[in-house]
Write a protein that binds this ligand. Structure first.
Ligand SMILES: O=c1ccn([C@@H]2O[C@H](COP(=O)(O)OP(=O)(O)O[C@H]3O[C@H](CO)[C@@H](O)[C@H](O)[C@H]3O)[C@@H](O)[C@H]2O)c(=O)[nH]1
Ligand SMILES: O=C(O)[C@H](O)COP(=O)(O)O
Length: 319
């Protein structure tokens, strides 16, 4: 498989690295795995338990396994804790900094409760996955000092209720993220899955990034890491196959707005940052089309390194 863009390197394969080899390559570095989770009681426990058994207990690759409970109303926190994660409610982390809703907020807040030099993010709604998601993402970071961020690449089939493959997933990827990269960041067009929720990053880079509180977090991290370190500092690793819970197409609207806004905010002064947008969608009712309005949060959190009391590293990165 090749996917060379203008600047991004080709895709490696997770099998290029063994778990024992990676544990030996750590050389004193600490690894945090962070799972953001909102209402994921059905899946988060199994993911945590397997990562804990294979990458914490069998082989000492992962030093901390952290679930950030993102305003769940189900038993996510309890299930994750029982499976062996340390669990933090996003809103309870540094309450002096306030609380927003969203996936990006969970990732941003995770910086205040983790200590890893390398941070691996893994979604907690995964169905088809394995510990090779974590080892694959760590491969380039642990073996190549020029790598700053690693993105997951995978087949992502959409299955019908009977488990048959109906098409490939990634609706926001294909209709929003990829066109945005083509228009504004062609040097990143070689990124196969720009929105993949599984990615890993050096903390000394992560802490320099401004973080959208919602679903703009992945595209923002890509664009900003390329700006800070160059696109060649972004690696990609093929993790095989991934399936997860899908949103209805209309609930992808707010996600699309957040992805668009994160890229627009990085286009310079002609696109001032808004802090919210009103997305109007319509339901067919007996009286016609009834509008349904969603206020989409476009807020961004500042680089952690600029936040008073942040304990991370303060060194300058990427030259
Ligand atoms: O407010 C939220 C929303 C989601 N999540 C968690 O974030 C992960 C991904 O969320 P999901 O709603 O399943 O996103 P997807 O539809 O899978 O969206 C894809 O595209 C998004 C936009 O780039 C990425 O953020 C996702 O990781 C990626 O899987 C899951 O573990 C969620 O529980 C939170 O922690 N807080
Ligand atoms: O990554 C994406 O584009 C969105 O998460 C939607 O994915 P899906 O179309 O596979 O649900």
């Amino acid at each position: 498989m090749t996917a060379d863009g203008d600047g991004v390197a080709g895709v490696r394969h997770h099998a290029d690295w063994s778990v024992h080899g990676l544990a030996a390559a750590k050389a004193g570095r600490r690894v945090s795995v962070v799972l953001p989770a909102r209402d994921e009681e059905a899946t988060v426990g199994g993911i945590v338990a397997r990562l804990r058994a294979e990458l914490v207990e069998d082989v000492p690759l992962v030093d901390e396994l952290v679930v950030i409970d993102s305003d769940s109303s189900d038993a996510t926190a309890e299930v994750a804790r029982r499976a062996g994660a340390s669990v933090h409610a996003a809103a309870a982390i540094r309450p002096d900094l306030g609380a927003r809703r969203g996936k990006g907020e969970a990732l941003w807040k995770s910086q205040f409760v983790t200590t890893g030099d390398l941070v691996v993010f893994v979604d907690s709604d995964l169905v088809d996955w394995g510990p090779h998601f974590v080892t694959g993402l760590l491969g380039p970071l642990l073996t190549d000092p020029a790598t700053a961020l690693v993105k997951a690449v995978y087949d992502r089939p959409m299955l019908d209720p009977a488990g048959r493959e109906v098409e490939q997933g990634g609706r926001v990827t294909e209709l929003v993220a990829r066109p945005l990269l083509a228009l504004h960041h062609p040097g990143l067009a070689g990124i196969v899955q720009p929105l993949s929720g599984e990615w890993a990053i050096r903390r000394d880079v992560l802490e320099q990034l401004s973080v959208p509180v919602g679903y703009g977090v992945e595209i923002a991290a890509l664009v900003d890491t390329a700006t800070l370190c160059g696109p060649e500092a972004i690696a990609q690793v093929d993790l095989g196959r991934r399936t997860h819970r899908h949103h209805r197409h209309d609930t992808l609207g707010p996600m699309a707005v957040q992805v668009l806004a994160a890229v627009e905010a990085r286009l310079g002064a002609s696109h001032p940052r808004s802090t919210s947008a009103a997305l109007r969608q319509f339901d067919r009712t007996t009286t016609g089309f009834t509008p349904r309005e969603t206020t989409v949060d476009l807020t961004e959190r500042p680089p952690a390194v600029t936040v008073e009391g942040y304990a991370g590293c303060l060194e300058e990165v990427c030259g």
